[in-house]
Design a protein around this ligand. Structure first.
Ligand code: ADE
Length: 245
């Protein structure tokens, strides 16, 4: 997969060299390039922002550097999937991460300030698919951290990146997994730590009982923390019992 990221803060992307993604890059499974938007600004101060038409607080990113940057990074007539992180975008979900993981080429445009001049998105849409995407209902200072979140969620789905395909299908929100349940608590050795024991059932070797216990924990945690997800699951009698006990 090829990734291009356009930003005024290339140094935000040092984490792309770390951990599983760093390994995937060194293997050549992920070909990532970070570009400084100011390279496409032409005045002495390399200006990329200006005051908003119509007034109001803050600054808006100018269209000219963005237009040139996107033309250089994705030379017409080639097409990538362009992702523009913004708090006013559609929600980024595990399902969208799966869709992105199947793309050969993703390009990210990181906005700062009050956002990018809207004509940049309209213009790009004439020659490639563009998604404006939000990673959650809070406002970051810019799109850079959102891009790191999206790139990590996508790259761990690529074949060979995680090293354990089961960890992916087991994820709370894995598409195709019929359930939308939060994962319950997990434990490892030692069996007793600071006077706290691992639940007996996990040491029992009884795989049926372990599966039942894990499902009960997942159901109860989901009901407590994300009650709106419970209705997305098909519950049987035993499940309903776990939720009423
Ligand atoms: N930029 C600023 N806030 C954001 C958010 N919540 N998601 C995506 N991009 C953003």
């Amino acid at each position: 997969m090829r990734l291009d990221i356009v930003t005024i803060f290339p140094e935000y992307f040092a984490p792309l060299d770390v951990s599983l993604l760093g390994k995937a890059r060194r293997r050549g499974d992920v070909d990532a390039h970070v570009h400084d938007l100011r390279g496409w600004a032409h005045d002495r101060h390399r200006t990329v922002d200006d005051t908003p038409y119509g007034g109001g607080p803050g600054m808006v990113m100018k269209p000219e550097p963005w237009g040139e940057a996107l033309d250089a990074v994705v030379p017409p007539p080639s097409r990538a999937r362009l992702i523009v992180p913004t708090p006013s975008g559609r929600p980024f979900t595990q399902e969208l991460a799966t869709e992105y993981a199947a793309e050969p080429w993703l390009v990210f445009a990181c906005g700062r300030y009050e956002g990018i001049d809207a004509r940049v998105i309209e213009d790009a849409r004439e020659r490639m698919p563009v998604d404006e995407v939000s990673i959650g209902d809070y406002v970051l200072a810019g799109g850079e951290v959102a891009v790191l979140v999206i790139v990590e969620a996508v790259s761990r789905l690529l074949p060979g990146v995680l090293g354990n395909a089961d960890s992916v299908t087991d994820d709370s929100f894995a598409p195709g997994r019929m359930e939308a349940l939060l994962e319950g608590p997990v434990y490892t050795k030692p069996a007793t730590w600071r006077g706290r024991d691992v639940p007996d059932v996990l040491m029992s070797g009884n795989h049926g009982a372990i599966a039942r216990w894990r499902r009960d924990q997942a159901l109860r945690r989901t009901a407590a923390r994300r009650p709106e997800l419970i209705g997305r699951n098909t519950l049987d009698e035993a499940d309903r019992k776990a939720l009423t006990e």
